[in-house]
Design a binder for this molecule. Structure first.
Ligand SMILES: [Zn+2]
Ligand SMILES: [Zn+2]
Length: 398
């Protein structure tokens, strides 16, 4: 049986209360007592930091400083160094703003939603005949277009519009764009703006280093009357930086251009990929026009997080295997790749798709046992704070 180990925390020692982040069952990692939230691959942020800081250091030490020391070009050297340092700090801050915040996690439900027409009887959760039915999708009308929102079995909710479940973080993310391994975080509603600014400022930094290196070499050649080739050979840091900039520019520059295209269309990366696969003719119901689309991304207020990771909750009692009543079970959905997709679906798609969710009686599956425990009446885990339900997600990932 999959019984969650009691979270360890000095903050909760000696009391029955834990912080939400200490009971978090998604794959996220936290810093500073839950004030900062990262994806499970947050370690890769260090790789990104290295690729940003290393060329900046080489540039400042071997180009800017050399310009000051050896060529008595003090103003030029100091100027290019200050700009390089400021740009690097800007890129790093934007990286942190992208990586260390809630990207738009949708809190999980503690119970599956009731099917339409359900009269509220407790029998729904305690074994059914005939089996409990939940529609796999629901239709939502947006700008006269019908968009299908899917049911997420892990989060036990119908995903809000433009929401998808990130299999890396194991959370549903609003306006899900993609999971970025370079920033170790999902890109969604609450950090897309910073992600774009991070990528575009990194592009700017690359262009700056590339351009200034050439200016530096040309100035040396003009002052010392040596050939351009000799000026390059005498400054190997120049070659390193040029090669680095040429290698990085297609990546960050291409990403910047691609996301400018997506912003112009008011599409996410996920929607863009999904659309081409499913229905290239399907119009985007979220497109408000170029100007409105840019305003939406850059000038609208970022909504507050729906999760309060620092909130205190009651520690769950430790469950012993064998205490589970096997007359109690939960509906399941056959999982497929379709289940992790979100975003607009073609109106023409067969709307009659309904997934029959059968109440399983076979309790040999540990995961089902775990779900039983989580949702059993003996162990209510629904925590409400400020009217917002904060849920305990399950521990498995798909
Ligand atoms: Zn989900
Ligand atoms: Zn993710």
């Amino acid at each position: 049986m999959d019984v969650l180990p009691p979270p360890q925390s000095s903050e909760a020692s000696g009391s029955d209360q834990l912080r939400i982040y200490q009971t978090w069952k998604g794959s996220n990692v936290f810093l500073l007592g839950g004030r900062l939230i990262f994806g499970p691959d947050a370690i890769y942020i260090l790789r990104s930091v290295f690729f940003i800081v290393a060329p900046a250091v080489v540039f400042c030490v071997f180009i800017a400083q050399k310009s000051i020391d050896e060529y008595s070009d003090r103003f030029f050297g100091i100027s290019i160094m200050v700009v390089a340092v400021l740009l690097t700090i800007c890129v790093l801050v934007l990286l942190l703003l992208t990586s260390a915040r809630d990207p738009g996690i949708v809190p999980r439900n503690a119970h599956p939603p009731e099917p339409e027409g359900f009269d509220g009887s407790s029998e729904v959760m305690t074994g059914h005949s005939p089996p409990l039915r939940l529609p796999r999708t629901r239709d939502v009308v947006v700008n006269n277009s019908t968009v299908k929102v899917k049911y997420c079995e892990t989060c036990m909710l119908y995903r809000p519009l433009r929401t998808s479940h990130c299999s890396t973080c194991n959370n549903c993310i609003e306006r899900f764009d993609h999971h970025c391994p370079w920033v170790g975080q999902c890109i969604g509603l609450r950090n897309y703006r910073f992600f774009f600014m991070f990528v575009s400022s990194a592009t700017l930094l690359c262009l700056y280093v590339f351009g200034i290196c050439w200016v530096f070499i040309v100035r040396i050649r003009n002052r010392t009357t040596i050939s351009l080739g000799k000026a390059v050979i005498n400054n190997p840091a120049f070659i390193v930086l040029i090669v680095y900039a040429l290698a990085a520019l297609p990546f960050v520059g291409g990403l910047t251009i691609y996301h400018l295209y997506l912003i112009r269309k008011n599409m996410t990366t996920w929607e863009s990929c999904n659309k081409s696969k499913k229905n290239p003719q399907n119009s985007n119901p979220f497109n408000k026009g170029v100007i409105e689309n840019f305003i939406e991304v850059f000038f609208t207020r970022i909504p507050p997080s729906k999760i309060n990771l620092r909130a205190k909750v009651q520690k769950e009692p430790e469950i012993q295997p064998g205490v589970v009543d096997d007359t109690f079970s939960f509906p399941t959905i056959d999982k497929s790749i379709e289940d992790i997709e979100a975003g607009p679906k073609p109106v023409s798609e067969d709307s009659a798709t309904v997934l029959q969710i059968e109440v399983e009686r076979d309790m040999s599956n540990n995961d089902r046992v775990n779900r039983h425990i989580e949702f059993g009446e003996e162990f209510p885990d629904l925590i409400r704070e400020q009217g917002q339900s904060i849920m305990h997600p399950r521990s498995f990932s798909w």
